[in-house]
Design a protein around this ligand. Structure first.
Ligand SMILES: [Zn+2]
Length: 123
Protein backbone atom coordinates (compact mmCIF):
# COMPACT_ATOMS: atom_id res chain seq x y z
CA UNK A 1 0.00 0.00 0.00
CA UNK A 2 1.29 3.44 -0.91
CA UNK A 3 1.47 5.87 2.00
CA UNK A 4 -0.11 8.98 0.50
CA UNK A 5 1.14 11.09 3.44
CA UNK A 6 4.75 10.98 2.26
CA UNK A 7 4.01 11.97 -1.35
CA UNK A 8 4.64 15.50 -2.45
CA UNK A 9 1.89 17.42 -4.24
CA UNK A 10 3.53 16.92 -7.65
CA UNK A 11 3.81 13.16 -7.06
CA UNK A 12 0.24 12.95 -5.82
CA UNK A 13 -1.04 14.83 -8.90
CA UNK A 14 0.99 12.52 -11.12
CA UNK A 15 -0.39 9.44 -9.35
CA UNK A 16 -3.97 10.74 -9.71
CA UNK A 17 -3.40 11.54 -13.40
CA UNK A 18 -2.02 8.02 -13.94
CA UNK A 19 -5.05 6.48 -12.17
CA UNK A 20 -7.42 8.68 -14.23
CA UNK A 21 -5.64 7.62 -17.43
CA UNK A 22 -5.84 3.92 -16.46
CA UNK A 23 -9.57 4.27 -15.66
CA UNK A 24 -10.24 6.06 -18.97
CA UNK A 25 -8.36 3.40 -20.95
CA UNK A 26 -10.12 0.65 -18.97
CA UNK A 27 -13.48 2.28 -19.68
CA UNK A 28 -12.57 2.53 -23.37
CA UNK A 29 -11.64 -1.15 -23.47
CA UNK A 30 -14.90 -2.05 -21.72
CA UNK A 31 -16.89 0.00 -24.25
CA UNK A 32 -15.18 -1.48 -27.32
CA UNK A 33 -15.47 -5.00 -25.88
CA UNK A 34 -19.14 -4.76 -24.88
CA UNK A 35 -20.80 -2.39 -27.38
CA UNK A 36 -22.55 -4.03 -30.34
CA UNK A 37 -22.76 -0.81 -32.43
CA UNK A 38 -20.08 -1.45 -35.08
CA UNK A 39 -20.71 1.86 -36.90
CA UNK A 40 -20.27 3.87 -33.69
CA UNK A 41 -17.14 1.90 -32.77
CA UNK A 42 -15.67 2.48 -36.26
CA UNK A 43 -16.28 6.23 -35.83
CA UNK A 44 -14.81 6.39 -32.31
CA UNK A 45 -11.85 4.01 -32.76
CA UNK A 46 -9.39 6.51 -34.36
CA UNK A 47 -10.23 9.19 -31.78
CA UNK A 48 -9.94 6.74 -28.87
CA UNK A 49 -6.51 5.71 -30.14
CA UNK A 50 -5.37 9.31 -30.60
CA UNK A 51 -6.67 10.34 -27.17
CA UNK A 52 -5.03 7.38 -25.44
CA UNK A 53 -1.72 8.04 -27.22
CA UNK A 54 -1.71 11.79 -26.59
CA UNK A 55 -2.67 11.44 -22.93
CA UNK A 56 -0.08 8.68 -22.40
CA UNK A 57 2.66 10.75 -24.06
CA UNK A 58 1.74 13.80 -21.98
CA UNK A 59 1.73 11.73 -18.80
CA UNK A 60 5.08 10.08 -19.64
CA UNK A 61 6.69 13.44 -20.46
CA UNK A 62 5.31 14.91 -17.25
CA UNK A 63 6.57 11.95 -15.21
CA UNK A 64 10.05 12.01 -16.72
CA UNK A 65 10.42 15.78 -16.73
CA UNK A 66 11.04 17.77 -19.91
CA UNK A 67 13.79 15.82 -21.64
CA UNK A 68 14.98 16.74 -25.13
CA UNK A 69 16.75 13.38 -25.48
CA UNK A 70 13.78 11.27 -24.39
CA UNK A 71 10.92 13.10 -26.13
CA UNK A 72 11.57 11.97 -29.75
CA UNK A 73 12.08 8.36 -28.65
CA UNK A 74 8.89 8.47 -26.59
CA UNK A 75 6.85 10.06 -29.40
CA UNK A 76 8.09 7.56 -31.99
CA UNK A 77 7.38 4.68 -29.58
CA UNK A 78 3.89 5.93 -28.77
CA UNK A 79 3.12 6.56 -32.47
CA UNK A 80 4.28 3.04 -33.37
CA UNK A 81 2.27 1.40 -30.60
CA UNK A 82 -0.79 3.48 -31.50
CA UNK A 83 -0.57 2.47 -35.18
CA UNK A 84 -0.14 -1.15 -34.07
CA UNK A 85 -3.18 -0.94 -31.75
CA UNK A 86 -5.27 0.86 -34.36
CA UNK A 87 -4.59 -1.81 -36.98
CA UNK A 88 -5.40 -4.79 -34.72
CA UNK A 89 -9.11 -4.00 -34.31
CA UNK A 90 -11.96 -4.57 -36.75
CA UNK A 91 -15.67 -4.36 -36.08
CA UNK A 92 -18.16 -6.89 -37.41
CA UNK A 93 -20.98 -5.31 -39.42
CA UNK A 94 -23.37 -8.18 -38.67
CA UNK A 95 -23.05 -8.83 -34.92
CA UNK A 96 -21.03 -5.74 -33.91
CA UNK A 97 -18.26 -7.73 -32.23
CA UNK A 98 -14.78 -6.27 -31.87
CA UNK A 99 -12.38 -8.63 -33.63
CA UNK A 100 -8.74 -8.24 -32.58
CA UNK A 101 -6.07 -9.56 -34.89
CA UNK A 102 -2.91 -11.03 -33.37
CA UNK A 103 -0.93 -9.67 -36.33
CA UNK A 104 -1.69 -6.03 -37.33
CA UNK A 105 -0.20 -6.64 -40.79
CA UNK A 106 -2.77 -9.33 -41.56
CA UNK A 107 -6.43 -8.30 -41.43
CA UNK A 108 -8.92 -10.85 -40.15
CA UNK A 109 -11.25 -11.92 -42.94
CA UNK A 110 -14.09 -13.36 -40.86
CA UNK A 111 -15.76 -12.49 -37.53
CA UNK A 112 -14.78 -14.92 -34.75
CA UNK A 113 -18.28 -14.69 -33.23
CA UNK A 114 -20.67 -15.02 -36.17
CA UNK A 115 -18.28 -15.91 -39.06
CA UNK A 116 -19.53 -13.01 -41.22
CA UNK A 117 -17.04 -11.60 -43.71
CA UNK A 118 -15.32 -8.49 -42.30
CA UNK A 119 -14.74 -5.28 -44.22
CA UNK A 120 -11.21 -5.03 -45.56
CA UNK A 121 -10.96 -1.30 -44.86
CA UNK A 122 -10.18 0.45 -41.60
CA UNK A 123 -12.02 -0.26 -38.41
ZN1 LIG B 1 -19.83 -11.00 -36.21
Amino acid sequence: MIDLGVLELHELALLLAAVAWALAVGGGFAFFASSRDAALKRRLWPWANLLAAASFAALALWASGPSIELAPLLLVGVAGLTAFGYRTAQFCGRCGATVLSANPFVRERFCRKCAARLRADAG
